[in-house]
Design a protein around this ligand. Structure first.
Ligand SMILES: Nc1ncnc2c1ncn2[C@@H]1O[C@H](COP(=O)(O)OP(=O)(O)OP(=O)(O)O)[C@@H](O)[C@H]1O
Ligand SMILES: [Mg+2]
Length: 219
């Protein structure tokens, strides 16, 4: 049940995203809903945990001046997060435009993504669902990359968790955007200069890749 006058823009498996007014301006409202197959009490618990986790990781990023939507309000009882509406396309959409297909634009995006992820891992936030749909590009002159969708995020200082985070993005990249190996290398190069522990993390990434390959050979 909606407790706001929003316009639905995305219906996902676990969340609905609306554009709704908040204090006189347009905002994004993300609402998590119950899943019919789960026990109601357990479901309530899981849903509120996801809402709290998402809001907590967003706040942690904000405090570290990492570009993420500003959280306006969290309503745990109704499983709602009100946040800043980012004006811009997702990286996925942008890469499909003429402008976003040029070498210069792609180099810029890669640098931005690497820097954003490096800063995020520096404060021990692991995103958990890195795809080019969960990265938005601000429609301003600097075209900065904004990280969104922290529904699967958590705080961890483990090298392994951060390496898997990068691996998830690498897989998403190669399946969504063919022939972008060079661009992904640029992302990692930029990550390398922004993330303090990048040396160990990138080394671990090679291990994670090998494991992934073995697993896919086993079918
Ligand atoms: N702050 C925002 N500003 C602008 N657009 C947004 C914002 N947050 C979400 N969106 C849009 O809504 C879409 C879905 O949001 P989001 O990725 O957070 O949810 P989801 O993928 O359904 O969630 P989850 O994976 O946590 O179940 C995004 O891909 C983006 O297009
Ligand atoms: Mg998403």
């Amino acid at each position: 049940m909606a407790v706001h006058q929003g316009t639905l823009i995305k219906q996902g498996a676990e969340a609905r995203v609306y554009i709704a007014p908040f204090c006189g301006r347009k905002a994004i409202v993300k609402e998590r809903f119950a899943k019919a197959y789960r026990h109601p009490a357990l479901d309530k618990k899981l849903t509120s945990r996801r809402v709290t986790q998402e809001a907590r990781c967003l706040n942690r990023c904000q405090k570290a001046l990492i570009d993420t939507p500003t959280v306006y309000m969290v309503d745990v009882a109704s499983s709602l997060i009100y946040m800043e509406l980012i004006d811009g396309l997702s990286v996925r959409e942008y890469m499909e435009t003429d402008e976003g297909s040029t070498q210069a634009a792609r180099t810029h995006i890669a640098e931005e993504i690497g820097r954003a992820l490096g800063k995020m891992h520096n404060i021990d936030v692991v995103h958990g669902d890195l795809t080019t749909s969960n990265l938005l590009m601000r429609n301003n002159d600097s075209k900065s990359v904004v990280l969104i969708d922290f529904g699967l995020s958590y705080v961890s200082n483990l090298v392994e968790d951060k390496a898997v985070d990068l691996y998830v993005l690498e897989r998403a990249f190669s399946s969504t955007h063919p022939n972008t190996e060079v661009m992904f290398e640029q992302i990692l190069a930029s990550y390398g200069t922004s993330c303090k522990a990048s040396k160990q993390i990138l080394k671990k990434l090679e291990e994670v890749r090998l494991r992934g390959r073995k697993r896919s050979m086993l079918g």
